[in-house]
Design a protein around this ligand. Structure first.
Ligand code: BGC
Length: 460
C-alpha cells in the first residue's frame, strides 16, 4: 500500500522543486544579461576597436544568429540525450563565451565569442523551460516555469545597472566577462540536479524516474504520475522528434508554438528593451532622466513578472495573455500618438514614458512568462525538445527581424506609424490566441497530451 508522506517530508520536497527550478532558471539570467549588456558596452568597444556601422551591428546580431542555431540544434538533441545533459553543455558554452568575449583582442574574436554566447542563450531558451516543466508538479508548474522569465528580466536589469556602473570607467571587458560567474554556478548546480522524470521514462529508465519523483512527491503521487507518464509514452509509440511533430494530432500545436513565439517578438518588446534610451531621448527628456527611465523600465519588467508568477496557476495562461495584449495595444497607441505631438510641450515626454511603462508592465505580466511556460506544455513528450526548439528558433528569428528593421522602418515611415503597426499586431495576436491556443492551467502534461489527441479525433 502506498503511504502518505508526513507533512514535513512533503514540505521539504516542495522546497527541492524550487531549488531545481531556480538553478535551471540561471540559464534565463544569462539569456537576459548577455542580450542586455551589449547596448551599453558597445559605446566603449567602438572606441577601442574603431568599428564601422556594419561591424557594430554584427557584434549585436552575432548573438542572435548564434541563438537561432543553439535553439534549433539543442531541442532535438535533448530529446535524444536528455535535458540536463544539454543544459550542462550550454552552461560550459556560457562560461567559455563570457571569458572569451571579455578578453577578446580584436573585433573578429569578439564576434566569434558573441556567436558562441548566442549558442548558449538559444539552447537555454529551448531547454530550460522543458526541464522545469517536466520536473514540476502540475499545480505550481506555471509559477515554476515562470521563474525562467523572472531570471531573464533580472538579467536584463542587472545588465542595465552594470552598464551604468562601468560607464564612467569606459570599460566593456568586465561587463562582458562578469557573465562567467552565473555560468559557473549554473554548471556546478546542474551537475548536482537530476534529469527530468519524464525524459527518463521516455528512455525506459523508469526506476531512475521513480527515484527522481520521490524526492519531490509523496509515494502515492509518484505511482500515479509514473503510470500517467508511461501511458502517454506508450500511446505516442515509436515516433519521436521531427517525425512526431508532423503527425496530424501534433501539427496544430506546432502552429500554436511557432505562432506564439513569433508574436511574442512582433508585438515589439525588444524595440523597447534594446532601444529604450533612444526612444526616451527622442521625446526630449534629458540624458540622465532617460538613463533613470531605462532602469525604471527594467524594474517594472521584474516586478510585473513576479505578479504573473503569483497568479498564472490560478488565472490561467490565456486570460493573462489577452489582458496583457489589451494593455500593450492601448500603450502602443498612446506612444504612437504622443510622437505626433512631440516637441509641443514637456508633458508629451512624460506621456510617452507612461506609455512605455504601461507597455512593459503589460508584456511582463503576460507574453513574457506565458510563452516560455506554454511551449513545453503544448508538445507531447517525445517531441517536446524538438517542438520547443523549433518554436524558440522562430522566436530568435523574429527577434532578429525586428531588431534589424526597427530603426530603418522609423526612418522610412516614421515613429507614429511604426508604433501603430505594432499595436495592430497585438490585436492580430489576441485573435490568434483566442481562437487557436488551448488553456493548459491545472492539467498535467499527460492530460494536455490526451486533450490534444481527443481534439483531433473529435474534429475529424
Ligand atoms: C523575450 C525576450 C525579451 C524579454 C524581455 C523574453 O521573454 O523572449 O526577447 O527581451 O522577454 O523581458
Amino acid at each position: 500500500m502506498a503511504q502518505a508522506a508526513s507533512p514535513s517530508r512533503s514540505g521539504g520536497s516542495r522546497r527541492f522543486v524550487y531549488v531545481v527550478a531556480s538553478v535551471a532558471a540561471l540559464g534565463g539570467l544569462l539569456f537576459g544579461y548577455d542580450t542586455g549588456i551589449i547596448s551599453g558596452a558597445l559605446l566603449f568597444i567602438q572606441k577601442d576597436f574603431q568599428l564601422n556601422a556594419f561591424l557594430e551591428g554584427f557584434i549585436v546580431s552575432s548573438l542572435l544568429l548564434g541563438a537561432m542555431v543553439g535553439a534549433a540544434v539543442s531541442g532535438a538533441l535533448s530529446d535524444r540525450l536528455g535535458r540536463r545533459t544539454i543544459i550542462l553543455v550550454a552552461a560550459a558554452i556560457f562560461a567559455v563565451g563570457a571569458i572569451g568575449a571579455g578578453l577578446a583582442p580584436n573585433v573578429e574574436t569578439l564576434i566569434v565569442f558573441r556567436f558562441l554566447l548566442g549558442l548558449g542563450v538559444g539552447s537555454a531558451s529551448a531547454l530550460v523551460p522543458s526541464y522545469i516543466s517536466e520536473s514540476a508538479p502540475t499545480d505550481v508548474r506555471g509559477s515554476l516555469s515562470s521563474l525562467f522569465q523572472l531570471a531573464i528580466t533580472i538579467g536584463i536589469l542587472v545588465a542595465y545597472l552594470v552598464n551604468a556602473a562601468f560607464a564612467s570607467a569606459s570599460d566593456w571587458r568586465w561587463p562582458l566577462g562578469l557573465a562567467f560567474v552565473p555560468a559557473l554556478i549554473l554548471l556546478i548546480g546542474m551537475y548536482f540536479l537530476p534529469e527530468t522524470p519524464r525524459w527518463l521514462v521516455s528512455k525506459g529508465r523508469d526506476e531512475e524516474a521513480r527515484r527522481v519523483l520521490s524526492r519531490t512527491r509523496t509515494e502515492e503521487e509518484v505511482e500515479s504520475e509514473l503510470k500517467d507518464i508511461r501511458r502517454a509514452e506508450e500511446e505516442e509509440g515509436e515516433l519521436a522528434g521531427y517525425r512526431e511533430l508532423l503527425e496530424p494530432w501534433v501539427r496544430p500545436m506546432l502552429v500554436v508554438g511557432i505562432g506564439l513565439a513569433v508574436f511574442q517578438q512582433f508585438v515589439g518588446i525588444n524595440t523597447v528593451i534594446y532601444y529604450a534610451p533612444t526612444i526616451i531621448k527622442s521625446t526630449g527628456l534629458a540624458n540622465v532622466a532617460s538613463v533613470l527611465a531605462t532602469v525604471g523600465i527594467g524594474v517594472v519588467n521584474v516586478l510585473m513578472t513576479v505578479v504573473a508568477i503569483l497568479v498564472i496557476d490560478r488565472v490561467g495562461r490565456k486570460p493573462l495573455l489577452l489582458v496583457g495584449l489589451a494593455g500593450m495595444t492601448v500603450s502602443l497607441g498612446i506612444i504612437g500618438a504622443a510622437f505626433l505631438f512631440s516637441g509641443l510641450s514637456g508633458i508629451i515626454s512624460w506621456v510617452t514614458l507612461a506609455g512605455l511603462m504601461l507597455y512593459i508592465a503589460s508584456f511582463a505580466v503576460s507574453f513574457g512568462p506565458v510563452l516560455w511556460v506554454m511551449l513545453p506544455e503544448i508538445f507531447p513528450l517525445n517531441a517536446r525538445g524538438t517542438g520547443t526548439g523549433v518554436s524558440a528558433l522562430s522566436n530568435w528569428g523574429a527577434n532578429f527581424i525586428v531588431a534589424q528593421s526597427f530603426l530603418p522602418l522609423i526612418a522610412l515611415i516614421g515613429k507614429t506609424t511604426v508604433f501603430w503597426i505594432l499595436a495592430s499586431i497585438c490585436i492580430v495576436a489576441a485573435l490568434f490566441i483566442h481562437f487557436l491556443v488551448p488553456e493548459t492551467k491545472g492539467r498535467s502534461l499527460e492530460q494536455i497530451e490526451a486533450d490534444l489527441r481527443n481534439r483531433v479525433t473529435v474534429g475529424s
